[in-house]
Design a protein around this ligand. Sequence first.
Ligand code: NAD
Ligand code: FES
Length: 282
Amino acid sequence: MMYKVLYNKKISDNSYEMAVVAPLVVKNAIPGQFVIVMKESNSERIPLTIYDYDKENGTLLLIYQVVGASTLELTYAKDEIFAVAGPLGKPNEICKNKSEFRNKRIVYVAGGVGIAPVYPQVKFLNEEGFNIDVIYGARNENLLLIKDKIESCANKVYYATDDGSYGTKGFVTDILEEHISDYDIVVAIGPVIMMKNVCELTKKYNVKTIVSMNPLMVDGSGMCGACRCEIEGKPKFACIDGPEFDGHQVNFDLALKRMNIFKEEEQIKLEQMKARLSAINN
Ligand code: NAD
Ligand code: FES
Protein backbone atom coordinates (compact mmCIF):
# COMPACT_ATOMS: atom_id res chain seq x y z
CA MET A 1 0.00 0.00 0.00
CA MET A 2 1.31 3.45 -0.89
CA TYR A 3 0.52 6.61 1.12
CA LYS A 4 -0.81 9.67 -0.64
CA VAL A 5 1.24 12.85 -0.20
CA LEU A 6 -0.96 15.97 -0.23
CA TYR A 7 1.98 18.39 -0.12
CA ASN A 8 5.66 18.43 0.77
CA LYS A 9 6.87 22.02 1.01
CA LYS A 10 9.91 23.93 2.20
CA ILE A 11 9.12 26.01 5.30
CA SER A 12 12.62 27.32 6.18
CA ASP A 13 16.18 27.10 4.89
CA ASN A 14 16.52 23.50 6.05
CA SER A 15 13.03 22.24 6.99
CA TYR A 16 10.02 20.82 5.15
CA GLU A 17 6.41 20.19 6.08
CA MET A 18 4.71 17.16 4.56
CA ALA A 19 1.04 16.14 4.69
CA VAL A 20 0.30 12.42 4.16
CA VAL A 21 -2.98 10.53 4.20
CA ALA A 22 -2.58 7.83 6.88
CA PRO A 23 -5.97 7.35 8.59
CA LEU A 24 -5.03 4.35 10.74
CA VAL A 25 -1.95 6.10 12.14
CA VAL A 26 -3.94 9.26 12.82
CA LYS A 27 -6.83 7.39 14.44
CA ASN A 28 -4.54 5.91 17.11
CA ALA A 29 -1.97 8.69 17.60
CA ILE A 30 -1.41 10.35 20.97
CA PRO A 31 1.03 13.31 21.29
CA GLY A 32 4.58 12.19 21.99
CA GLN A 33 4.50 9.31 19.52
CA PHE A 34 6.33 9.12 16.19
CA VAL A 35 6.19 7.39 12.81
CA ILE A 36 8.78 5.80 10.55
CA VAL A 37 8.52 6.80 6.90
CA MET A 38 10.17 5.41 3.76
CA LYS A 39 10.05 7.22 0.44
CA GLU A 40 10.64 4.08 -1.66
CA SER A 41 10.69 0.38 -0.80
CA ASN A 42 14.51 0.47 -0.80
CA SER A 43 14.86 3.82 1.04
CA GLU A 44 16.22 4.18 4.56
CA ARG A 45 13.67 4.34 7.36
CA ILE A 46 13.31 7.82 8.87
CA PRO A 47 11.78 8.31 12.34
CA LEU A 48 9.74 11.53 12.44
CA THR A 49 7.71 12.95 15.29
CA ILE A 50 4.04 13.46 14.61
CA TYR A 51 3.54 17.21 14.47
CA ASP A 52 -0.16 17.51 13.78
CA TYR A 53 -3.08 15.45 12.53
CA ASP A 54 -6.68 15.72 11.49
CA LYS A 55 -8.66 12.76 12.83
CA GLU A 56 -11.62 13.52 10.57
CA ASN A 57 -9.86 13.24 7.22
CA GLY A 58 -6.94 11.05 8.32
CA THR A 59 -4.24 13.56 7.42
CA LEU A 60 -0.91 13.39 9.20
CA LEU A 61 1.44 16.39 9.23
CA LEU A 62 5.19 15.93 9.61
CA ILE A 63 7.99 18.47 9.87
CA TYR A 64 11.50 17.31 9.06
CA GLN A 65 14.92 18.86 8.84
CA VAL A 66 17.20 17.94 5.93
CA VAL A 67 20.19 16.44 7.75
CA GLY A 68 21.39 13.59 5.53
CA ALA A 69 20.81 11.36 2.50
CA SER A 70 17.42 9.97 3.50
CA THR A 71 15.83 13.30 4.49
CA LEU A 72 17.23 14.84 1.29
CA GLU A 73 15.60 12.03 -0.71
CA LEU A 74 12.32 12.65 1.15
CA THR A 75 12.20 16.25 -0.13
CA TYR A 76 11.58 14.72 -3.59
CA ALA A 77 8.42 12.86 -2.48
CA LYS A 78 5.61 14.21 -4.65
CA ASP A 79 2.45 12.10 -5.00
CA GLU A 80 2.98 9.15 -2.69
CA ILE A 81 5.46 7.45 -0.37
CA PHE A 82 6.04 3.77 0.30
CA ALA A 83 5.55 3.55 4.08
CA VAL A 84 4.20 5.39 7.11
CA ALA A 85 4.49 3.02 10.09
CA GLY A 86 3.05 3.97 13.44
CA PRO A 87 2.13 5.40 15.79
CA LEU A 88 5.30 4.15 17.50
CA GLY A 89 6.73 4.72 20.96
CA LYS A 90 5.02 5.68 24.18
CA PRO A 91 2.75 8.73 24.41
CA ASN A 92 3.80 11.74 26.47
CA GLU A 93 3.25 11.07 30.18
CA ILE A 94 1.33 14.31 30.83
CA CYS A 95 -1.02 13.89 27.84
CA LYS A 96 -1.65 10.26 28.83
CA ASN A 97 -2.20 10.79 32.59
CA LYS A 98 -3.78 14.25 32.49
CA SER A 99 -5.46 14.13 35.90
CA GLU A 100 -2.13 13.59 37.73
CA PHE A 101 -0.76 16.81 36.26
CA ARG A 102 -3.85 19.03 36.43
CA ASN A 103 -2.46 21.30 39.19
CA LYS A 104 1.13 21.45 37.98
CA ARG A 105 2.77 24.48 36.42
CA ILE A 106 4.22 23.18 33.16
CA VAL A 107 6.63 24.72 30.65
CA TYR A 108 7.73 23.24 27.32
CA VAL A 109 11.21 24.10 26.06
CA ALA A 110 11.64 23.68 22.30
CA GLY A 111 14.96 23.97 20.46
CA GLY A 112 14.84 24.45 16.68
CA VAL A 113 12.88 21.69 14.94
CA GLY A 114 12.06 20.33 18.41
CA ILE A 115 9.00 22.61 18.13
CA ALA A 116 7.43 19.91 15.86
CA PRO A 117 6.89 17.38 18.68
CA VAL A 118 6.17 20.15 21.22
CA TYR A 119 3.23 21.63 19.29
CA PRO A 120 0.82 18.64 19.37
CA GLN A 121 1.36 18.22 23.11
CA VAL A 122 0.68 21.88 23.88
CA LYS A 123 -2.34 21.84 21.55
CA PHE A 124 -3.74 18.70 23.18
CA LEU A 125 -3.20 19.99 26.74
CA ASN A 126 -4.71 23.37 25.86
CA GLU A 127 -7.83 21.58 24.58
CA GLU A 128 -7.92 19.75 27.93
CA GLY A 129 -7.93 23.07 29.82
CA PHE A 130 -4.23 23.30 30.79
CA ASN A 131 -2.33 26.62 30.68
CA ILE A 132 1.02 25.74 29.16
CA ASP A 133 3.95 28.13 28.70
CA VAL A 134 6.53 27.58 25.95
CA ILE A 135 10.14 28.69 25.65
CA TYR A 136 11.13 28.43 22.01
CA GLY A 137 14.63 29.02 20.64
CA ALA A 138 16.26 28.95 17.22
CA ARG A 139 19.46 30.20 15.67
CA ASN A 140 17.67 33.13 14.01
CA GLU A 141 14.20 34.51 13.29
CA ASN A 142 13.88 32.67 9.95
CA LEU A 143 14.29 29.32 11.70
CA LEU A 144 11.44 29.96 14.15
CA LEU A 145 8.71 27.74 12.64
CA ILE A 146 4.91 27.64 13.19
CA LYS A 147 4.91 30.71 15.46
CA ASP A 148 1.18 31.36 14.86
CA LYS A 149 0.22 27.78 15.65
CA ILE A 150 2.15 27.58 18.90
CA GLU A 151 0.85 31.00 20.00
CA SER A 152 -2.72 29.85 19.30
CA CYS A 153 -2.54 27.16 21.98
CA ALA A 154 0.13 28.25 24.49
CA ASN A 155 -0.57 30.49 27.47
CA LYS A 156 2.65 32.45 26.97
CA VAL A 157 5.50 31.99 24.49
CA TYR A 158 9.02 33.24 25.28
CA TYR A 159 11.33 33.42 22.26
CA ALA A 160 15.11 33.24 22.14
CA THR A 161 17.38 33.50 19.12
CA ASP A 162 21.13 32.91 19.13
CA ASP A 163 21.71 36.10 17.12
CA GLY A 164 19.04 38.25 18.82
CA SER A 165 17.02 38.69 15.59
CA TYR A 166 13.80 37.85 17.50
CA GLY A 167 12.98 37.72 21.21
CA THR A 168 15.78 37.47 23.75
CA LYS A 169 19.33 37.09 22.46
CA GLY A 170 20.70 33.81 23.79
CA PHE A 171 19.71 30.20 24.40
CA VAL A 172 16.43 28.79 25.71
CA THR A 173 18.28 27.88 28.90
CA ASP A 174 18.87 31.59 29.64
CA ILE A 175 15.10 32.21 29.65
CA LEU A 176 14.40 29.02 31.59
CA GLU A 177 16.83 29.97 34.35
CA GLU A 178 15.18 33.38 34.72
CA HIS A 179 11.69 31.82 35.13
CA ILE A 180 12.50 28.45 36.71
CA SER A 181 10.71 29.27 39.97
CA ASP A 182 7.41 29.57 38.00
CA TYR A 183 7.34 25.85 37.13
CA ASP A 184 6.94 22.36 38.63
CA ILE A 185 7.61 20.44 35.41
CA VAL A 186 9.75 21.08 32.34
CA VAL A 187 9.40 19.18 29.06
CA ALA A 188 12.45 19.78 26.85
CA ILE A 189 12.68 18.71 23.19
CA GLY A 190 15.45 19.72 20.80
CA PRO A 191 19.17 19.16 20.24
CA VAL A 192 20.73 16.69 22.69
CA ILE A 193 23.13 19.33 23.98
CA MET A 194 20.16 21.62 24.73
CA MET A 195 18.33 18.85 26.61
CA LYS A 196 21.51 18.07 28.56
CA ASN A 197 21.92 21.71 29.58
CA VAL A 198 18.22 22.06 30.47
CA CYS A 199 18.56 19.01 32.73
CA GLU A 200 21.70 20.33 34.41
CA LEU A 201 19.79 23.49 35.23
CA THR A 202 16.58 21.79 36.43
CA LYS A 203 18.56 19.31 38.56
CA LYS A 204 20.00 22.28 40.45
CA TYR A 205 16.48 23.54 41.17
CA ASN A 206 15.01 20.05 41.64
CA VAL A 207 12.37 20.47 38.90
CA LYS A 208 11.09 17.30 37.22
CA THR A 209 12.13 17.25 33.55
CA ILE A 210 10.93 15.09 30.67
CA VAL A 211 13.06 14.91 27.50
CA SER A 212 12.44 13.29 24.12
CA MET A 213 15.41 11.32 22.78
CA ASN A 214 15.99 11.26 19.05
CA PRO A 215 18.78 8.72 18.42
CA LEU A 216 19.49 6.81 15.20
CA MET A 217 16.75 4.27 14.55
CA VAL A 218 16.50 1.36 12.13
CA ASP A 219 13.57 -0.99 12.72
CA GLY A 220 11.66 1.09 15.30
CA SER A 221 10.46 -2.06 17.03
CA GLY A 222 13.07 -2.86 19.67
CA MET A 223 14.87 -5.52 17.61
CA CYS A 224 18.01 -3.89 16.18
CA GLY A 225 19.42 -1.95 19.16
CA ALA A 226 20.32 1.12 17.06
CA CYS A 227 18.39 3.51 19.32
CA ARG A 228 19.94 2.34 22.59
CA CYS A 229 20.11 4.99 25.34
CA GLU A 230 21.32 4.65 28.92
CA ILE A 231 18.66 5.55 31.48
CA GLU A 232 19.43 5.22 35.21
CA GLY A 233 22.51 3.23 34.21
CA LYS A 234 20.43 0.68 32.26
CA PRO A 235 20.06 0.21 28.50
CA LYS A 236 16.70 1.30 27.08
CA PHE A 237 15.45 1.56 23.52
CA ALA A 238 14.07 4.96 22.52
CA CYS A 239 11.71 3.37 19.98
CA ILE A 240 9.78 1.19 22.44
CA ASP A 241 10.72 2.39 25.96
CA GLY A 242 10.69 6.07 24.89
CA PRO A 243 11.14 8.36 23.11
CA GLU A 244 10.44 10.35 26.29
CA PHE A 245 12.40 9.72 29.48
CA ASP A 246 13.06 11.32 32.85
CA GLY A 247 15.79 13.76 31.80
CA HIS A 248 17.59 13.51 35.15
CA GLN A 249 18.22 9.81 34.50
CA VAL A 250 19.57 10.10 30.92
CA ASN A 251 23.27 9.57 30.15
CA PHE A 252 23.57 12.51 27.72
CA ASP A 253 27.31 12.14 27.20
CA LEU A 254 26.78 8.64 25.82
CA ALA A 255 23.89 9.90 23.65
CA LEU A 256 26.12 12.65 22.22
CA LYS A 257 28.88 10.13 21.49
CA ARG A 258 26.53 7.62 19.82
CA MET A 259 25.07 10.38 17.61
CA ASN A 260 28.41 10.84 15.89
CA ILE A 261 29.50 7.24 15.30
CA PHE A 262 28.35 7.11 11.68
CA LYS A 263 29.21 10.72 10.75
CA GLU A 264 31.73 9.73 8.02
CA GLU A 265 29.44 7.12 6.46
CA GLU A 266 26.54 9.60 6.60
CA GLN A 267 28.60 12.18 4.69
CA ILE A 268 29.51 9.62 1.99
CA LYS A 269 25.85 8.57 1.67
CA LEU A 270 24.78 12.20 1.39
CA GLU A 271 27.21 12.85 -1.49
CA GLN A 272 26.04 9.67 -3.25
CA MET A 273 22.40 10.68 -2.81
CA LYS A 274 23.05 14.18 -4.19
CA ALA A 275 24.68 12.63 -7.27
CA ARG A 276 21.83 10.12 -7.73
CA LEU A 277 19.10 12.76 -7.35
CA SER A 278 20.79 15.17 -9.73
CA ALA A 279 21.15 12.37 -12.33
CA ILE A 280 17.44 11.51 -12.00
CA ASN A 281 16.22 15.11 -12.02
CA ASN A 282 18.40 16.52 -14.83
P1 NAD B 1 19.82 24.24 16.79
O1 NAD B 1 21.15 23.63 16.91
O2 NAD B 1 19.62 25.32 15.81
O3 NAD B 1 19.37 24.74 18.26
C1 NAD B 1 18.08 25.23 18.49
C2 NAD B 1 18.06 25.95 19.81
O4 NAD B 1 18.37 25.05 20.87
C3 NAD B 1 19.07 27.07 19.95
O5 NAD B 1 18.64 28.25 19.30
C4 NAD B 1 19.15 27.22 21.46
O6 NAD B 1 18.11 27.98 22.01
C5 NAD B 1 19.02 25.76 21.91
N1 NAD B 1 20.37 25.26 22.11
C6 NAD B 1 21.25 24.81 21.18
N2 NAD B 1 22.43 24.50 21.75
C7 NAD B 1 22.29 24.76 23.07
C8 NAD B 1 23.16 24.66 24.19
N3 NAD B 1 24.41 24.23 24.06
N4 NAD B 1 22.67 25.02 25.41
C9 NAD B 1 21.40 25.45 25.55
N5 NAD B 1 20.54 25.58 24.52
C10 NAD B 1 20.97 25.24 23.32
O7 NAD B 1 18.73 23.14 16.51
P2 NAD B 1 18.27 22.55 15.12
O8 NAD B 1 19.36 22.64 14.10
O9 NAD B 1 16.93 23.06 14.76
O10 NAD B 1 18.17 21.04 15.49
C11 NAD B 1 17.11 20.56 16.17
C12 NAD B 1 17.54 19.33 16.86
O11 NAD B 1 16.40 18.82 17.49
C13 NAD B 1 18.14 18.25 16.01
O12 NAD B 1 19.32 17.81 16.65
C14 NAD B 1 17.10 17.17 16.01
O13 NAD B 1 17.67 15.89 15.98
C15 NAD B 1 16.42 17.44 17.32
N6 NAD B 1 15.04 17.00 17.34
C16 NAD B 1 14.69 16.25 18.39
C17 NAD B 1 13.44 15.74 18.46
C18 NAD B 1 13.11 14.88 19.60
O14 NAD B 1 12.07 14.26 19.59
N7 NAD B 1 13.97 14.83 20.59
C19 NAD B 1 12.50 16.01 17.46
C20 NAD B 1 12.86 16.86 16.41
C21 NAD B 1 14.16 17.34 16.37
FE1 FES C 1 15.88 -0.70 16.51
FE2 FES C 1 14.96 0.92 18.40
S1 FES C 1 15.26 1.36 16.32
S2 FES C 1 15.72 -1.09 18.62
